[in-house]
Design a protein around this ligand. Structure first.
Ligand SMILES: [Zn+2]
Length: 398
């Protein structure tokens, strides 16, 4: 048996007036997704445990079969794994975003999607200034890493920058403000402004009408998680396909092979076709492949209805279509389609809403559901489930 889990990040949404009260999934032209729903079984899945933040890290960890309440320690350490950065016992890994600070307001959580080349150069600059506190590591675009090795971090609270776009920066610094570690983290974030604003890269960006990467934002901190491998837990050889370090990092922690796909960017311009092709290739020597596509989430954060629909349609025609065409060459297979969480256009951030999921396998008795979307899935035979049980159920039956 071969398994494919196709994850359209943030694909689920709310009905929009602009779409005649349809969701982007309902408005999109997605014959292959509908075929999966029509020929398969459907339901809703809680991907984020109550009381936890609806981050892609928590949700994808759950989808990969690990209860976030037991295994999640933070986003930073997962990203560290993906970058090959190993953490010592006392290290605390933070996600380090480049952001745009406009007169004290967090104007952009990704500094105009700064290029990796530019961000890498800026990261080296930060190491020259803040080396006493830890080490910065360059990642992809605005997504970088800081490993804080000065002190054990206790109950530090930080805020994801994509949740506070348009809000005053000073209202959202690390808490509690009298905590020794929060003081240091806030100091690094504030002082990064001087270094970055004076850097030639930002002079050029401003001159060219681009957003300045004039501050860093440290968040998502945590220590190294302790988890058994996917192979040990489920007896399956697995692989991940994704353009996002965070998802790679979860896979690395679980012992999944990350398949590097040329042209997978984690953004609107990702090479969808290549992802489908590499997924099929990966199935030759793996039992399960998680194919993660970031673009609908980015469109949700940007509040861009057109891009969101386009992302869904690209996944449908360029990834899911070819998968459905070629999967029958394997003896038996099960394909699961789902988002990790909703990123509704109206709120521009992730929500806790259960997500629609569809499982398709030749010979499986289909339920009544005809279309793949947030509302039709409610009528599916699978009812409401929890994401961290999904892999078990795919293997052992629903
Ligand atoms: Zn996500």
């Amino acid at each position: 048996m071969k398994y494919v889990v196709l994850i359209g990040d943030g694909m689920a949404d709310y009905p929009l007036e602009e779409l005649n009260n349809k969701t982007p999934l309902q408005a999109a032209n997605k014959p292959n997704m509908d075929e999966v729903a029509r020929g398969g079984v459907n339901g809703l899945l809680e991907t984020v445990p109550h009381g936890m933040e609806p981050g892609s890290d928590v949700a994808n960890l759950a989808i990969m079969g690990y209860d976030p309440e037991k295994y999640y320690t933070g986003r930073g350490p997962l990203e560290a794994s993906s970058m090959g950065v190993s953490l010592d016992k006392n290290d605390v890994a933070f996600r380090c975003n480049f952001i745009t600070n406009e007169e004290g307001i967090l104007a952009d959580f990704n500094a105009g999607h700064i290029s990796t080349q530019e961000s890498t150069e800026l990261i080296h600059e930060l190491n020259n200034s803040f080396g006493d506190y830890g080490t910065f590591y360059p990642g992809v675009s605005y997504r970088n890493l800081f490993v804080y090795s000065k002190k054990e971090s206790s109950n530090l609270k930080t805020t994801p920058p994509h949740d506070i776009v348009g809000e005053p920066i000073l209202d959202h610094l690390s808490m509690p403000t009298d905590d020794e570690n929060a003081v240091i983290i806030n100091k690094i974030m504030k002082e990064s402004q001087k270094i970055l604003l004076n850097h030639e890269i930002n002079h050029k960006r401003i001159k060219n009408g681009k957003k300045a990467a004039n501050m860093i934002w440290l968040w998502g901190q945590g220590k190294k998680p302790q988890m058994d491998s996917f192979l040990k837990n489920y007896g399956l050889q697995g692989a991940t396909i994704t353009g996002v370090d965070l998802i790679k990092g979860i896979g690395v922690n679980l012992g999944l092979d990350n398949i590097n796909v040329p042209g997978a960017t984690g953004y609107f311009d990702t090479d969808y076709k290549a992802k489908g092709k590499y997924a099929l290739e990966a199935l030759e020597n793996h039992d399960i492949v998680f194919v993660h596509v970031e673009s609908p989430d980015e469109a949700g954060h940007a509040g861009d209805i057109k891009e969101k629909i386009k992302g869904i349609e690209e996944i449908d025609s360029k990834i899911l279509g070819p998968l459905l065409d070629h999967l029958p060459s394997f003896d038996q297979y099960k394909l699961t389609l789902l988002p990790d969480h909703a990123t509704p256009i109206a709120v521009k951030t992730h929500t806790m809403d259960p997500v629609p999921y569809a499982v398709y396998s030749p010979g499986l008795d289909a339920d009544e559901v005809q279309k793949y979307d947030e509302f039709d899935a409610k009528n599916g035979i699978l009812g409401m489930g929890k994401a961290h049980n999904l892999i078990n159920k795919l293997i052992n039956g629903f």
